[in-house]
Design a protein around this ligand. Structure first.
Ligand code: GCB
Length: 592
């Protein structure tokens, strides 16, 4: 699925803005066919945004089930002969879409886009109505999984239920990414795949173009590579081929050079469709205990992040997005992980442009009770149906993100119960699917298990491990960090002989809390902890990256160990630096 871009043959109409919104208190709107008529008794709701924090109403914030969004739009008759597509950047977690009262598509999975051609449902030159039913319930067949707890005890009124989940971020819901209409010609470029290679100074782009629609086989395909100065540097005719650029510029954090790949369909000498894909020529490889970018070792400096901000929740906002990239640059980071789900494509586009490397993660998180008596991989929990959905999500993720130079690794899950025997078969199938779809990028499964207990260490190319020494274990015992961490990391390497990224480490820190000597939750404690982790990393040459948990404070469900959310941010939720930010800036701006 190509990211919508305007060209001379394609137009975009952004439907973001203020929509009508209605809570479906009893979850009966679908049965009662609310979509047939304009919604009644609505309130205004911004799109994109999570709906949870927009109003003062706890019933909306904590609702379990369906909500409805609606807006009107016009389509002029200038679009009559075009293919009109409605695209939802994401709706969390399930959605059904109706155009003028007709159901046109449904989708499961809260972090990936879906689209449908709606040309035949549109009325031209009059008002049209789009209605989107969004459902936030998580069960064991979803990613991330969750479950509904029904209370049957004297302490809760009858029928009381809660949405439970095992992951550590708030289950925000709503339409989180832009909703747009876009057009293409009736016969159109439906997909492009590029794989780049480097031979000395030569850059090679292997490409494949798919054309769909009427008489698509008759169209000629012309592919041109244009450099930043607008100069044509390579050209080819054909739906697939190899483009060579002598003396190419290679994409890397210090020089995120993007060529423009212009793809055109042509009939009788007339260009009908044009799509322009930004292409960065770069390679990623694992060799011995190193991660190589363009055949040179690269050390990842950065964070686990979240899509999270005040009021907006998980809604994409260009203000937050650009601010975050500015902070990444300011602090000297070169990478982040899209913990714990695929982020908006707009974020990946920025990363391509700014030279930020990304570990792209599937929304498989919360597959662990951290209690060995509670199995996860079993008939009633993570089972065949979950696996089927996981594979579907992997397909959608790779289809969406395969062409981004910034994406250097796939993470298929975070902190699953990989110590369970059944985890091996499950993840083998998931990793096989990734390899089948993309053999050019390393794959990881982010671990909380220990090296001697994991069953999946042999499935991955890079070991990613999350560890919280002196926080969740041996609270306050900073002096144990180096002893414990070094021992563990050496064991990982001894067993698997693969490069290691410490993909999470950190301490909850309330900005403004101070203590010397450091105690937990103070800014000094966060600094001291990081420094001790770093001393170990600097001693071990198989450690190829450090991603601190987390970039910024973020919202979680309410719990006694969460002080208005998770406070492990190096920045506050409002993106102001804690003391650790200055420590990291010094380290990362110096460290190669
Ligand atoms: C983890 C999880 C992350 C949590 C973090 C924490 O291991 O991967 O989602 O937020 O720990 O702070 O507990």
């Amino acid at each position: 699925m190509l990211y919508p871009r305007e060209t001379k043959s394609r137009e975009i109409k952004d439907l973001s803005g203020i929509w009508k919104f209605k809570l479906d208190k009893e979850n009966k709107g679908y049965e009662e066919k609310w979509y047939l008529e304009p919604l009644k008794e609505t309130i205004p709701m911004p799109v994109p945004a999570s709906y949870n924090d927009i109003t003062q109403d706890p019933e909306i914030r904590d609702h379990i089930g369906d909500v409805w969004y609606e807006r009107n739009f016009w389509v002029s008759s200038a679009w009559v002969n075009k293919r009109i597509v409605l695209r939802v950047g994401s709706a969390t977690h399930k959605a059904k879409v109706f155009v003028n009262g007709k159901e046109v598509i449904e989708h499961k999975g809260g972090f990936l886009p879906f689209e449908v051609e709606i040309s035949k449902y549109i009325n031209f030159d009059v008002e049209n109505r789009v209605t989107i039913l969004v459902n936030n319930v998580l069960d064991w067949t979803c990613l991330p999984p969750g479950f509904i707890k029904n209370y049957n005890d004297p302490f809760h009124p009858s029928g009381y239920r809660t949405q439970e989940y095992l992951f550590d971020f708030l289950n925000y819901a709503g339409i989180h990414r832009p909703v747009i209409l876009y057009t293409t010609p009736k016969t159109y470029i439906s997909d492009i795949t590029v794989i780049t290679e480097i031979q000395d100074k030569k850059g090679i782009i292997n490409y494949e173009v798919k054309v769909e629609g009427q008489e698509c086989d008759k169209k000629e395909v012309r592919v041109t590579v244009v450099d930043k100065e607008g100069k044509k540097v390579a050209e080819n005719i054909g739906k697939s081929g190899i483009l060579e650029i002598s003396d190419a510029q290679f994409w890397e954090p210090d020089n995120p050079y993007l060529y423009a790949l212009k793809v055109e369909t042509i009939e009788d000498g007339v260009v009908e469709d044009l799509y322009t894909l930004p292409v960065g020529i770069r390679t990623v490889k694992v060799e011995g205990n190193k991660l190589l970018l363009n055949n040179k070792p690269i050390y990842l400096k950065g964070f686990g992040k979240h899509e999270d901000a005040d009021i907006r929740g998980k809604g994409y906002d260009p203000v937050i997005a650009v601010k975050d990239f500015n902070l990444l640059k300011w602090i000297g980071a070169n990478s982040f992980r899209t913990s714990h789900y695929p982020y908006a494509e707009e974020i990946l586009n920025l990363a391509d442009e700014q030279g930020i490397l990304i570990i792209d993660e599937a929304p498989a998180v919360g597959m662990n009770f951290f209690n060995k008596n509670e199995k996860v991989f079993c008939k009633d929990r993570v089972n065949e149906e979950t696996l089927k959905h996981h594979i579907q999500v992997i397909r959608e993720l790779i289809t969406r993100d395969k062409n981004h130079p910034c994406v250097i690794m796939w993470s298929v899950a975070n902190e699953a119960a990989t110590y369970e025997e059944e985890a091996y078969e499950y993840f083998k199938k998931v990793v096989d699917e990734v390899k089948k779809l993309d053999s050019t990028r390393p794959v990881t499964i982010v671990e909380s298990s220990f090296p001697d207990e994991t069953k999946v260490g042999n499935l991955v190319d890079v070991i990613c491990v999350n560890r919280y020494y002196s926080w969740y274990t041996d609270c306050g015992k900073l002096d144990l960090i180096e002893f414990q961490l070094e021992k563990e990391l050496k064991r990982w390497y001894e067993l698997f002989k693969k490069p290691i990224i410490v993909s999470e480490y950190g301490a909850d820190t309330i900005a403004g809390f101070h203590s010397d000597p450091p105690v937990m939750f103070s800014e000094e404690y966060q600094c001291e902890m990081l420094e001790r982790f770093h001393r170990v990393f600097d001693r071990l040459d198989f450690v190829v990256g450090e991603h601190i948990w987390n970039f910024a404070d973020f919202a979680t469900k309410q719990a006694v160990h969460r002080v208005m959310g998770n406070r492990k941010g190096v920045f506050t939720r409002q993106r102001q630096p804690k003391a650790a930010a200055f420590l990291l800036k010094k380290r990362w701006c110096e460290k190669k």
